[in-house]
Design a protein around this ligand. Structure first.
Ligand code: HEM
Length: 452
């Protein structure tokens, strides 16, 4: 019988590790792995009301949670429950029959061939970004806001067939506010009813109302632009979809999808791009090598196309290494339905289980000098020799990220366009990060650009 006494930090007498988990869950998890090993139990809250969280860090354990025993690990943990209340029942949160129906419907948008077709839009948007940056008088840009706007514009153009310029600021402030609220509640032993007019509840409700309004506007604008049912983007597919009895998605189901894709499709890619550029700005040797590769591929000054991805293996390695050090989803949660064994430890039925790319990507048994930026870790030979779940920024198993290829294509082509145009120098050499719904830089990530 596996062990039942899973080790973990004692935390403070009355609240356990509640503050550590809400203030800086990435640090709390990393410290816990170093001290207690690959399966760790955290407690949060006073005795009698104590919540427990089981963290799993080893690649083997992660594989069990996300893939091998996926049916036992459902998206019903505290954080996913909060996400579902805030963001609805779209593809990220739905389960069972609802999920199967949605995934079948949406999958055709993410086939490799289809995604390669998005390269044109990516090329146009990244060219506009280069021009915008070239016009900045002192050459200093804060990549956080800039790349978040860029990723939002790109995903909206491709998936919703509309531009979201007017919505950008609302989306950029509302998602983080809601994300923080979701994480606070997700790790709280007792959740205050959402209807109570506390400052936190009011702020979250305002953010949610604003986001709903933006999604409804996106849908309405697209409808007014023409026949949504005929277009071949996300809104067109969803609007044209019919169930077995001929029923259509209603307005709120449509909005839930828009909301999920707005979130999942822009914050994550923006984070990867931001940190890839930051790391390149900090490491001249790797930057020069990436620039040489880009110059060879895009020598004639043309816009990058999908086929260039294969011709940019070094830049792809840089991106993968940036996603190792800064995985946009630093924590991924589930609820264990039945008691099970993970990595030799007994996880009880009903347990809130969290895996952490942030921690596994720094696991000393799987990564030599894990703090060092080294794109060479991702040569094909070294990748093939590594555990499949030592690196999993896109999750894995049946609920792996649907936007994986889209995101890699967007990031590599955009980095190529930027590296061809500019040389970079990091202004903020140390960037603190935090985790709300996604990993966030907690401060500016500025670079000084020089035209090449
Ligand atoms: C660097 C970029 C990205 C990262 C790191 C990332 C990460 C992830 C992860 C870890 C999951 C699994 C969550 C879980 O198992 O609980 C996921 C799921 C998902 N992602 Fe991404 N993602 C990225 C980009 C995108 C993009 C560009 C889109 C859409 C255009 C997208 C849409 C989704 C959706 C809809 C799901 C749910 C899929 C399902 O359950 O079937 N993601 N993503």
């Amino acid at each position: 019988m596996p062990s039942t006494r899973i080790p973990g930090p004692p935390g403070l007498p009355l609240i356990g590790s509640m503050f550590d988990l809400t203030r800086d869950p990435l640090r709390a998890c990393l410290d816990a792995q170093r001290e207690y090993g690959d399966v760790v139990r955290f407690t949060a809250g006073p005795p009698g009301l104590r919540a427990e969280f089981y963290m799993v860090f080893s690649p083997d354990g992660v594989q069990q949670v996300l893939a091998g025993q996926a049916a036992n690990f459902r998206k019903e943990n505290a954080i996913y429950e909060e996400v579902r209340i805030s963001l609805g029942n779209g593809l990220l949160t739905a389960q069972d029959g609802d999920y199967q129906r949605q995934r079948r419907l949406i999958q055709p948008l993410f086939t490799r061939k289809r995604v390669d077709g998005y390269a044109d839009a990516i090329g146009i948007e990244s060219q506009a970004l280069v021009e915008r940056w070239a016009a900045v008088p002192d050459g200093v840009v804060d990549t956080v806001g800039e790349l978040s706007r860029f990723a939002l514009r790109t995903v909206a153009r491709i998936l919703f067939g509309t531009d979201v310029e007017a919505a950008i600021e609302v989306v950029r402030t509302s998602f983080p506010a809601l994300g923080e609220y979701i994480m606070d509640r997700g790790f709280a032993p007792v959740r205050i009813p959402r209807q109570w007019p506390t400052p936190g509840n009011r702020k979250a409700l305002t953010a949610q109302t604003e986001l709903y309004r933006i999604c409804d506007e996106i849908i309405a604008r697209r409808r007014s632009q023409g026949q949504a049912d005929e277009a071949e983007d996300l809104l067109g597919l969803l609007a044209a979809a019919r169930g077995e009895g001929g029923e259509q998605l209603d307005a709120s189901e449509l909005r839930d999808q828009v909301l999920v894709f707005l979130l999942a499709g822009h914050e994550t890619t923006a984070t990867s791009l931001t940190f890839a550029l930051h790391l390149l700005a900090l490491h001249p040797e790797q930057r020069k090598r990436a620039q040489q590769e880009v110059d060879g591929v895009l020598a004639d000054g043309r816009r990058p196309v999908a086929a260039d991805l294969e011709a940019l293996p070094y830049l792809t390695r840089v991106l993968k290494e940036a996603m190792r050090l800064y995985p946009a989803a630093g924590l991924v949660g589930r609820r264990a339905v039945a008691e099970c064994e993970i990595d030799g430890q007994r996880i009880p039925a009903g347990a809130d289980v969290i895996v952490s790319p942030w921690v596994t990507h720094r696991h000393p048994d799987h990564w030599e000098n894990p703090a060092v930026f080294d794109p060479e870790r991702f040569t094909p030979e070294r990748e093939a020799a590594r555990h499949r779940y030592a690196w999993y920024p896109f999750g894995g198993g049946p609920r792996a990220c649907i936007g994986q290829h889209f995101s890699m294509l967007e990031s590599v082509l955009t980095l190529a366009a930027l590296l061809r145009a500019f040389d970079l120098e990091a202004i903020d050499t140390v960037v603190p990060v935090g985790q709300t719904l996604t990993l966030q830089a907690e401060g500016p990530v500025r670079v000084r650009l020089a035209a090449r």
